[in-house]
Design a protein around this ligand. Structure first.
Ligand code: GLN
Length: 502
């Protein structure tokens, strides 16, 4: 076997998998190449830890399995995990000082399923503290930069995952999405990501932010690559009480399934795509609006029909989410008390003082803000006024989607109102970042699957994502539509120039 191809890092999961199967490259060679690339671009800030020895040992094992005749598609494919999935052999921080040095006694289900499928884990990826944020600026371990412009944010909270995939350190990564954290960084970094229906991927071992919203998913360069990962990482798990009881799914098969009435020229014939008028407000940046509309025109050319629909409570999804998510977070994060988990203050006078100081030292500003909001909206006297109202509205937001799906098969729109903003731009006002979640929150509150795919470029040469939202368990249709689009366009293949430094 000759040396590995120089452009190996440009291969996506499917391409790398083909090359591994044809033995033009070994997993050890691919792993070594990508490790070298990730390590030499450490200043991108995407990684919280890289374990080269362990990765190479896994790659060797994968090569041996191939030699022995095994041929599963992910066997020997290097990936990495958002540092919110607990892993036994690598540290887990959730981007928080609270968990510095923490080692989990077990692997998250998503991580163990991907390992069982033969993936090689290079390390763990930077993220906002406890997945709270939209820019990766809330990580206790420093910024991650956008590979398209290092002065800009990569999005969040799965910012490290998006940056590492876009920078070609790895062909794919895991992410989690509570209110947009897979879709928005995917959009900001020009990659493809899917948040499946709530319950499709197990939450076991995923450090909890807002349990009724948290959902894991893959981030990669194409819909095909996402389908390969999602097939391995999803499925019922008895250790997660909210896991969907459904048979394992082959998302690649769903992605390539024949559509009734479709032909080569019009592969999306018969597909009705709903455009909620609330997803195209006057405040939508013109460059984002333009790129999204050109992508929609392309989908129309491919046979889809665009129909007008309405999600009248879109704006309300912001206050609803920023009541429910902090409420759940305040409860979930109470376990980090310096006793059972996490950082413990060195000096304290009594037990209460120990709790207080440990939490004051361990949590960052945004996490504290959310714990305070959450505790407030759940408190006696305010529960009815805030939390209960938010829950009622959440149901109405979900119902609005069902009315839309009476008239369309999929919903489309932008992922975020602007392209990735400059680092530090929203430091003075957290609410500015909250408002930018407007297009991702509705699907999260409804528990619907949503995806982001590269749709072109906007101002400053920054990527723009197109969001597709499907009805429950319609991941196959989302992936299929995205795949057809990606066969007709090459936005997802564009790579950032990596020679600039931070
Ligand atoms: N930006 C949202 C927030 O800060 C979403 C985060 C997420 O999906 N994890 O809560």
């Amino acid at each position: 076997m000759s040396g590995p191809a120089e452009d190996l890092h440009d291969w996506g999961v499917a391409e790398l998998s083909r090359q591994l199967a044809e033995r033009t490259v070994s997993s050890v060679e691919a792993t070594r190449h990508l490790l070298q690339r990730a390590q030499s671009q450490h200043d991108l800030g995407a990684w919280l830890c890289i374990d080269a020895d362990r990765a190479l040992a896994q790659a060797e094992a994968a090569d041996a399995r191939r030699q022995a005749g095994e041929s599963s598609p992910l066997l020997g494919v290097p990936i990495a995990h958002k540092d919110i999935f607990v892993t036994r052999d690598l540290p887990t921080t959730a981007g928080s000082k609270m968990l510095e040095g923490y080692r989990s006694p077990f692997d998250a289900t998503v991580a163990s399923r991907l390992s069982a499928a033969g993936t090689v884990t290079l390390g763990k990826l930077n993220c906002d503290e406890y997945a709270m944020g939209s820019a990766n600026e809330n990580s206790a371990y420093g910024l991650a930069h956008n590979p398209w412009d290092r002065k800009r944010v990569p999005g969040g909270s799965s910012g490290g995952s998006a940056a590492a995939v876009a920078a070609r350190h790895i062909p794919a990564a895991t992410g989690t999405d509570t209110g947009g954290s897979i879709r928005q960084p995917a959009s900001f970094c020009g990659i493809t990501g899917i948040k499946p229906t709530y319950g499709v991927c197990s939450r076991y071992g995923m450090i909890a932010f807002a349990s009724s919203l948290d959902q894991a998913g893959p981030m990669a360069r194409s819909a095909e690559d996402c389908a390969l990962l999602l097939s391995a990482m999803s499925g019922f798990d008895e250790r997660d009480a909210t896991s969907a009881q459904r048979p394992p799914q082959d998302f690649l098969a769903a992605m390539t399934a024949r559509r009734d009435g479709a032909d080569a020229a019009r592969p999306l014939a018969g597909l009705r795509i709903g455009l909620p008028k609330e997803f195209f407000p006057a405040a939508l940046a013109a460059d984002v609006d333009g790129a999204v509309r050109r992508a929609l025109a392309e989908l129309e050319k491919l046979g889809a029909t665009l129909v007008d629909v309405s999600l009248p409570r879109t704006e309300l999804s912001i206050p609803v989410y920023y009541i429910i998510a902090p409420a759940e977070a305040s409860s979930n994060l109470s376990r980090f008390d310096g006793v059972r988990f996490g950082h413990r203050a060195e000096h304290y006078t009594d037990l209460l003082d120990m709790y207080r100081k440990s939490r004051a030292e361990g949590f960052g500003a945004e996490v504290k803000r959310r714990i305070m909001i959450g505790t407030y909206v759940l408190s006696h006297g305010y529960y009815d006024a805030y939390y209960l109202q938010a829950q009622k509205l959440r149901r109405m937001i979900a119902d609005d989607f069902q009315s839309c799906f009476g008239n369309c098969d999929l919903i489309a729109g932008p992922v975020a109102p602007t392209v990735a903003w400059p680092i530090g731009d929203q430091d003075d006002d957290p609410v500015k970042a909250y408002l930018a979640d407007i297009f991702t929150l509705p699907a999260s509150l409804a528990g619907l699957p949503g995806m982001s795919l590269p749709a072109g470029f906007g101002e400053h040469g920054m990527p723009v994502g197109l969001q597709l939202i499907g009805n429950y368990f319609n991941e196959g249709l989302l992936l299929q539509t995205a795949h057809v689009f990606q066969q007709a366009t090459d936005w997802h293949q564009r790579a950032p120039a990596m020679e600039q430094s931070a």
